[in-house]
Design a protein around this ligand. Structure first.
Ligand code: BTN
Length: 322
């Protein structure tokens, strides 16, 4: 793909989608003429699409027929979903999503996905290491909830990752950790994913939330404290397959959330699958150790302190304390 296109982002293209699927279905290959007829374009256009796909990493045998030999394991929109805008490399999918929103080039429910990020953003101003092979995505969400309940949004992201990981056969148990992470319970628990929710609106109005999700699918950048799906899965893992599953799962959870009893059920599921052991809560300069016991109605974390009193945590950092 020419570089101007990857900088502007690659959107879903019905013709490319049809071409790829035709070649996947016809593994012996197809002539340019018959592809052109089937998808309603000229032979020259077929050859142009093939050239662009080669630049993205697709491998073809081109003799009398076009034969697809290999597809790259990257989350291109025609591989993972129509609501995806794909970039090879960005500073941060959060920033890119914001930029596209300002330009009116992204709509509610659309995802910005990238292979790598040079300035991946973690919570509380931290950096999110972003080597290729992992999932980096930000979704634009139009919201209508009180500001105090905004903590629910990263919880929905965390639950989506949790449900998606559970679709694989895993060697270890996994737990949700408030407000957004999924942790793998090895001898020394390790983080596999994180979410961040950033508000976007004018002065006192919050119109949109940009929810960013990072999942270590094939790489764990911080060996000591992080782990990847590849490390814990019984099967080999493809980023395309993971992305398809995660996007569908999130779409479903978002629909559940916006229905009558939605949050109540989601909250119960989070409580059943969260880390309920000891935690250290750090809020700016103050910190305390306690036991995570539940999720509040508004999305806060309920912690029982060592003096048996309860505290609702709305912000700050929570560490698993073993
Ligand atoms: C955390 O600190 O746990 C949150 C990490 C969130 C990282 C994701 S990766 C995709 C999106 N783009 C970013 O810059 N950050 C989020």
């Amino acid at each position: 793909m020419d570089s101007s296109k990857t900088q502007r982002g690659i959107y879903f293209d019905e013709k490319v989608y049809n071409l790829i699927n035709l070649l996947k279905e016809n593994s012996d290959g197809m002539s340019g003429e018959s592809i052109a007829q089937k998808i309603g374009v000229t032979r020259a256009y077929v050859s142009k699409m093939i050239k662009n796909l080669k630049n993205l990493g697709y491998k073809f045998e081109i003799r009398k027929k076009y034969k697809l030999l290999e597809s790259p394991d990257i989350p291109l929109p025609w591989e993972v979903g129509k609501n995806v805008i794909f970039f090879e490399s960005v500073d941060s999918t959060q920033l890119k999503c914001q930029e596209l929103l300002k330009k009116g080039k992204i709509g509610n429910g659309q995802w910005v996905l990238a292979i790598t990020q040079s300035q991946g953003r973690g919570r509380l101003g931290r950096r999110w290491e972003s080597p290729p092979g992992n999932f980096y995505g930000s979704v634009l969400l139009k919201i209508d909830i009180p500001l105090k309940e905004i903590t629910k949004i990263p919880l929905l992201g965390g639950l989506s990752v949790f449900r998606t990981l559970k679709l694989y056969s895993l060697k270890y148990d996994i737990k949700l950790k408030w407000p957004n992470d999924v942790w793998v319970i090895t001898d020394k628990p390790k983080k596999i994913s994180g979410c961040i929710a950033e508000l976007y609106g004018e002065l006192d109005r919050t119109d949109f939330v940009i929810l960013g999700v990072g999942v270590n699918v094939k790489n764990s950048p911080l060996q000591d404290i992080s782990i990847s799906l590849t490390d814990i899965s019984e099967q080999s893992v493809s980023l395309i397959d993971f992305t398809q599953k995660l996007l569908k799962t999130f779409e479903y959870i978002w629909m559940e959330f916006n229905m009558g009893e939605g949050w109540g059920k989601i909250r119960a599921e989070i409580e059943n699958n969260m880390w309920r052991g000891r935690v250290k809560v750090s809020k700016g300069h103050s910190e305390f150790v306690g036991t995570a016991v539940g999720i509040g109605k508004d999305g806060s974390l309920i912690v029982q302190r060592e003096d048996a009193s309860y505290e609702e945590v709305y912000y700050g950092d929570v560490f698993i304390w073993t």
